[in-house]
Design a protein around this ligand. Structure first.
Ligand SMILES: [Zn+2]
Length: 151
């Protein structure tokens, strides 16, 4: 299970799945769909659609620009993400449920650590934001993730 991939690389992986965002029109859950794996370097088509109010936005492959990862917005339209929750001065966020369970798995693994030996993937966990993995926050963060899973 060891990997040298950094957290940024992992974030790309979650763009394979639909990104859940807050609809700019009705504030309910909408999705951002990417037609091709973003890292294939092939220009990709991106669509935002809301099942609730029918709102949609589209970026043709020529127009697609990807903004930075690592912020609580989708990287194409910069729409606020659906899965976010404030934790003190920070924001816990995920692109989708796959990303959320990834965070849960890694934070839980840290909780199970014995004698400073992580069960797996210590290098990756160390790239998660410190406030997420610090011993005093872990249990709270897991509770918050649990809340988001129900959203
Ligand atoms: Zn809507």
């Amino acid at each position: 299970m060891r990997t040298k991939k950094g957290y940024q690389t992992w974030l790309y992986e979650f763009l394979r799945f639909d990104i859940l965002v807050e609809c700019p029109k009705c504030s309910k859950r909408a999705i951002v769909k990417v037609s091709e794996p973003v890292f294939s370097k092939i220009k990709t088509e991106v669509k935002l659609t809301c099942m609730h109010c029918g709102f949609n936005k589209y970026l043709s492959p020529q127009k697609t620009t990807m903004y930075s990862l690592g912020v609580p917005f989708d990287p194409f339209f910069l729409t606020p993400l659906w899965l976010t929750k404030s934790y003190r001065k920070n924001i816990l966020w995920a692109y989708n449920y796959q990303h959320l369970s990834f965070l849960k798995e890694h934070i839980a693994a840290q909780l199970r650590e014995r004698n400073g030996q992580a069960f797996f993937n210590k290098s990756l966990a160390s790239r998660l934001p410190k406030w997420m993995t610090s011993a005093k926050n872990r249990q709270n963060i897991l509770d918050y993730i649990h809340d988001l899973e129900q959203k």
